[in-house]
Design a protein around this ligand. Structure first.
Ligand code: F3S
Length: 755
């Protein structure tokens, strides 16, 4: 599982000279984000200054990380790329396909049996192509990456939107679709629009009940789920350096919830401590040699408004704990105002479950602080009113937390210790009674709380908080409980108050683990066979998509005009569908089933224009495909927000949707559409969304002269025989237009490998 010190040395060898060159070319001091970006240009030394938010730039990431749900499609694509081995260090982590129900001792063996075919596939592909493989139960991808692979100043991509977690260790780490991962593993450059920069200055120090989580919960409230789009969020200031490395990871992790490209922190002593505690003295020693380059220039942090596109300042001394939700992670309510807000909005006050874990908050420090609350509860004669579930972040964290007594403390409060895996965070939670769809409240330390996300119940009101706050609220069983001011009644009828949490940033006795769950790849994988049964329901080898026919697209059926929020969960639901992530045809049966039809406010009920009957979205689209007709999907703002799963782009592509036209896109999803050879378009005039009527057929004109920055034309043919025409925009550059023409980026890569 060894981190690749030679690769890190190579990155650091050029880092200083490249940053110096960039500073000269740009003509001013640099932020950390810019330093990392300019040090990772595909073409080597910086030769020109890039325009933020405008220029597409080719980068050379140092690593790739993949989780089991997205790795299947990423690796199925890589197998088509015609390469013998991955070109950069890469890892696969089995964490998504493990249902939480009875606890790790029962759930993990069950998952290993249930998803054996997929785990075996991932293990053998990894073995063959030189990829490190982390077994089911080894931990959640981002915790394992932070513990083993992340390094200051590095650039990583990962097939999961919370790859950004590694910013806690000073990386620029970005969530991408499997197609992007496939490119980088195939030794190709990775393209990104040079991001804008948001600076967050942290002053003061976390204290009392306030945790790192509250910083990002507050930032989410300020910036909203779209506020970080196209930007890197860079944290700095005394408040930043006073925080633990894993706390920084928590903040960066939830940068995904504000749509940020990624978030990062400058290298500091907390990172050095973490590197040394996780057995990476060599990395810390190397980082120390170029320390000054691994943080923003001092002038930048002294006068941030001159260097960032936007600056936010937060005083940690004054920060209150927050509860964000329900149904969206940016609805931020300070704990002191929750009673008023919950009563005003009709949020159920009784809390049914408190869940601690996920890649956001499952570090040793997180568990230690939550355990300190649980300990107090026991000592003060309290029991928990809500059910309690814990998902440790990795086997190393679990083993160490167990050794240090935290897990026993949780169990003494009747907690269920789930597997070191995503579990309820990704909807892999077999929650008793969820099918009754009763209105109820849960609190968790995860990052996302979209409707149905954790348990599939649309009436579960999920609130996001720090692990210690989750512990306190679960114990009280009351969403409005404010541990800073309120008391609880103990078993003797006395009023008792919980003291603020205490904990250890790192284990005093050091981390320990017996079997971390890592499998190194074969030295020579050429003889390793990868088996995919043609009758499998879980895995399906890919067939190349067909190239563009060379003409304008005419007579497209309107499949759905989606109304309001349409995240990747709405487009390609997780939970029960995770098991089909390696089988494109089967998973396509979930396409857009969560999207709300503008014309009837229902999900998964659209009019089939061939029959006039209403039916499910996937079946309707299959009918169009069978009739040889293309179709178009219309969407609202920030379409495709959420995860990096390219299934949300591949499913419509596979089923014959030709274009997706929206008011605005979430970045990763837009790129995913382009990679798969789809047309991703935006309304030039957002009000034109209102012109789309049920029953319309649609022409897209201008494709024979498809060029960057040149709008296309959309023609609507309404049922009453009238037509309307308007411009639609796109953000395709020359290369992306080639992807469209070839029928997808992979068709080009394969052709190049064969040439
Ligand atoms: Fe897993 Fe939830 Fe993180 S699904 S990777 S724990 S966001």
């Amino acid at each position: 599982m060894a981190f690749d010190i030679d690769m890190i040395k190579k990155v650091y060898a050029n880092f200083g000279s490249r940053v110096d060159a960039a500073r000269k070319i740009v003509g001013r001091p640099l932020t950390l984000s810019e330093k990392i970006l300019y040090a990772h240009l595909w073409d080597g030394d910086p030769k020109k200054a890039f325009s933020r938010g405008t220029d597409y730039v080719d980068f050379a990431p140092d690593r790739v990380a993949m989780q089991d749900a997205t790795a299947q499609m990423a690796l199925l694509q890589f197998m088509q790329a015609g390469r013998p081995k991955v070109a950069v260090p890469s890892t696969v982590h089995c964490d998504h396909l493990i249902t939480a129900k009875e606890g790790a001792a029962i759930d993990l063996p069950h998952a290993k049996t249930e998803s054996k075919e997929v785990f075996d596939f991932l293990s053998s592909v990894s073995n063959k192509y030189g990829i490190g493989f982390w077994n089911p139960g080894a931990g959640i991808i981002h915790q394992v990456v932070l513990e083993n692979y992340a390094f200051p100043g590095g650039m990583m991509i990962g097939t999961d939107s919370h790859t950004v977690n590694a910013g806690g260790l000073g990386m620029v780490a970005i969530g991408v679709g499997g197609a992007d991962a496939c490119d980088v593993m195939a030794g190709l450059p990775w393209e990104l629009k040079f991001p804008k920069l948001i600076g967050v200055k942290l002053t003061g120090k976390l204290n009392g009940w306030t945790a790192a989580k509250d910083v990002i919960l507050k930032v989410a409230g300020i910036l909203t789920v779209k506020g970080g789009t196209g930007a890197i969020v860079e944290y700095f200031g005394d408040g930043a350096t006073s925080m633990s490395c894993t706390g920084k990871g928590t903040i960066c992790n939830m940068g995904a919830e504000i749509g940020a490209t990624t978030s990062t922190f400058g290298y500091d002593e907390s990172m050095e401590r973490y590197l040394r505690a996780t057995d990476r003295n060599e990395v810390a020693d190397e980082a120390n040699k170029i320390k000054a380059y691994l943080t923003g220039d001092s002038e930048v942090y002294a006068n941030p408004e001159n260097y960032f596109d936007q600056v936010i300042e937060i005083n940690l001394d004054e920060l209150e704990p927050y509860l964000n939700g329900p149904f969206t992670p940016d609805l931020a309510t300070p704990v002191s105002q929750m009673k008023v807000e919950a009563e005003k909005n009709g949020w159920p006050l009784k809390v049914e479950w408190g869940l601690i874990g996920s890649c956001t908050n499952s570090s040793y420090e997180d568990l230690s602080r939550a355990a300190s609350i649980a300990n107090q509860a026991i000592a003060k004669g309290l029991t928990t009113k809500a059910d309690f579930g814990i998902n440790p972040g990795s086997e190393q964290v679990r083993y160490t937390a167990n050794r240090d007594g935290f897990l026993k403390t949780f169990e003494d409060l009747n907690a269920t210790i789930f597997t070191n895996a995503c579990g309820p965070c990704i909807g892999m939670w077999d929650r008793v009674g969820a099918e009754k769809a009763e209105k109820n409240t849960i609190v968790h330390s995860f990052n996302r709380n979209f409707a149905k996300r954790a348990d599939g119940n649309p009436n579960t009101f999920a609130f996001v908080a720090s692990p210690e706050m989750v512990a306190a609220i679960a114990i009280s069983g009351n969403l409005a409980f404010n541990p800073l001011t309120d008391t609880l009644t103990n078993d003797k009828g006395e009023q008792v108050k919980l003291d603020p949490p205490t904990g250890d940033e790192l284990p005093k006795k050091g981390f320990a683990v017996e079997d971390a769950g890592f499998q190194a790849p074969a030295e020579d994988g050429s003889k390793v066979e990868v088996l995919v049964s043609p009758t499998s329901h879980r895995l399906q080898l890919l067939d190349p998509f067909t190239p563009w026919e060379g003409t304008d697209l005419k007579g497209l059926k309107l499949l759905i005009k989606a109304k309001g929020k349409c995240t990747t969960d709405h487009i390609s639901m997780a939970g029960p569908w995770l098991k089909f992530r390696g089988h494109l045809d089967n998973i396509s049966n979930n396409m857009l089933i969560g999207a709300v039809n503008y014309f009837n406010d229902k999900t998964d009920t659209v009019r089939n224009e061939l029959t006039g009957e209403y039916g499910p979205v996937p079946a309707t689209q299959r009918a169009y495909k069978a009739a040889g007709l293309g179709s178009i999907v219309i969407g609202d703002e920030n379409y495709g927000e959420g995860s990096s799963r390219e299934h949300a782009a591949m499913e419509p592509r596979h089923l014959g949707v030709r274009a997706v036209l929206v008011k605005s896109f979430a970045r990763i999803h837009e790129t995913n559409l382009k990679k798969q050879g789809m047309l991703g378009l935006t309304f030039a005039n957002k009000e034109d969304y209102d012109k789309i009527l049920e029953g319309d057929t649609v022409d897209i004109l201008g494709l024979t002269e498809f060029a960057p920055n040149k709008p296309l034309t959309l023609v609507l043919h309404h049922l009453d025989g009238t037509t309307e025409q308007f411009d639609v925009n796109h953000s395709y550059n020359d290369q992306q237009i080639e992807w469209f023409k070839a029928g997808g980026a992979l068709n080009i890569i394969r052709a190049e490998a064969a040439a």
